[in-house]
Design a protein around this ligand. Structure first.
Ligand code: FAQ
Length: 371
């Protein structure tokens, strides 16, 4: 086994550090077989991999790929909803929507910071987003045509995001898993505000009810696409599940989401736009109709209704924010932050205040999901 450095963390001492193999090729063939074995054992034992631990290059690259995509989704996802801030129907709705959009910016920050622990800079990730070399979620390439879309995004898009992201609280990579705990709590609030908004519209005039139904008709299928391609076409799922980055397959989570939404739609008095949607007693799940994967692939290729608009707006916002970044950098030079204590808590762990998937969010990484 390669020599370990003096400043390793407890877990690092067991597994060696990234520095210990610097310069060596990845994998057991070229690098240190013992380090690969220690990494595999840690993953198998549901221990967390931390930034200073040795990890295979492919594991690091896959995390950067997924976390960057996730961070980009959060900040691009601000656009469709921000479209309605100035037209919110009341001061209360405006304040709620502004808070939600700000939360999404915060989620982007947590995720960029978590991705930076893997050795990539925020600048590099943003450059790749702006150059179209890193992705963001397909869902944000659809337009928000009416006020009811804000409700549909909260209920369906945040609902799908939570279903997908709660298992990420048990991701094998520590900084990602910890960031997800707080993000999921906030997403639960977002989901409820969307549900409450649609409930209010559903109890309103016939015109308001029709507007809510129209929004759900447009957002339902793209929300199902958020979970990614079907399992047999998912390039990364098998490896990501072996590494315990992902805990469930795309189709498993999509099914979970459909099963959650059906009774909620009934309570809202809204119809999900799928004539094939029905309970399957034998499977203990709802069957649902075929997803239009051609549409999904087109959106991924950049041909969705709003791809161009979203990226143009993002690049413009980045350029217009350059003076803020410059000012912050100058300020930081003049007023260096006090050195952070090495053992300061990395995130807030107050008691949960929402019910959705609480069990899984607060389940130790070595326990299987119950939610
Ligand atoms: N959109 O092999 P897989 C939110 C790509 S946050 C675009 O199955 P993987 C909060 C995939 O990257 C929403 N691309 O990939 C909010 C890969 O491409 P690559 C974002 C997609 O990684 C709410 C290729 O297809 N959430 O909504 C999509 O194992 C309201 C093959 O796919 C996350 O990012 C897609 N839908 O599974 C904000 C959660 N699906 O890299 C504002 C974390 C797949 O080979 C307002 N991410 N692709 O070029 C994940 O859980 C996973 O990355 C999946 C995809 C499940 C998205």
């Amino acid at each position: 086994m390669a020599a370990v450095t003096a400043d390793q963390t407890t877990q690092g001492q067991a597994r060696g550090t990234a520095q210990a193999t610097a310069g060596g090729p990845d994998g057991p063939a070229g690098a240190d077989v013992a380090q690969q074995a220690a990494f595999d054992a840690a993953v198998a034992a549901d221990e967390r991999i931390e930034p200073r631990d040795w990890m295979p290059d492919a594991y690091r690259a896959s995390l950067v790929r997924q976390m960057a995509q996730h961070a980009h989704s959060e900040i691009i996802g601000m656009q469709p909803e921000a479209n309605w801030i100035s037209r919110a129907p009341s001061l209360r709705r405006k304040a709620i929507l502004m808070a939600k959009v700000q939360d999404e910016a915060g989620h982007g920050l947590y995720l960029y910071s978590a991705a930076e622990t893997l050795g990539t800079s925020r600048e590099e990730m943003l450059d790749k987003l702006h150059a179209g070399r890193q992705r963001y979620s397909s869902i944000f390439n659809y337009p928000t045509l009416t006020w009811a879309d804000v409700g549909a995004i909260g209920w369906l898009v945040d609902g799908a995001a939570i279903t997908n992201q709660v298992p990420l609280c048990r991701c094998s990579y520590g900084p990602y898993a910890r960031a997800m705990v707080r993000i999921c709590k906030e997403e639960s609030f977002h989901q409820r505000q969307g549900y409450e908004l649609l409930l209010t519209l559903g109890r309103g005039t016939p015109g308001q009810r029709a507007m809510a139904q129209d929004a759900v008709n447009r957002w339902w299928w793209p929300s199902l696409m958020m979970f990614g391609p079907p399992d047999d076409a998912s390039a990364h799922s098998a490896q990501s599940m072996t590494w315990k980055i992902k805990r469930h397959s795309n189709d498993e989570l999509r099914q979970r989401f459909v099963d959650i939404c059906v009774p909620q739609a009934e309570a809202l008095g809204l119809t999900l736009p799928d004539p094939d949607l029905r309970w399957n007693e034998e499977r203990g799940h709802h069957d649902f109709g075929a997803i239009d994967w051609t549409e999904f692939q087109e959106v991924l290729k950049g041909n969705g209704p709003c791809n161009e608009q979203r990226l143009t707006q993002r690049r413009r916002a980045h350029e217009e924010g350059a003076w803020v970044r410059d000012a912050a950098a100058s300020y930081a030079l003049k007023h260096p932050a006090p050195t952070r204590h090495a053992h300061a808590p990395a995130h807030i762990t107050e008691a949960p205040h929402t019910e959705m998937h609480q069990a899984e969010m607060h389940t130790p990484p070595n326990a299987e999901a119950t939610a």
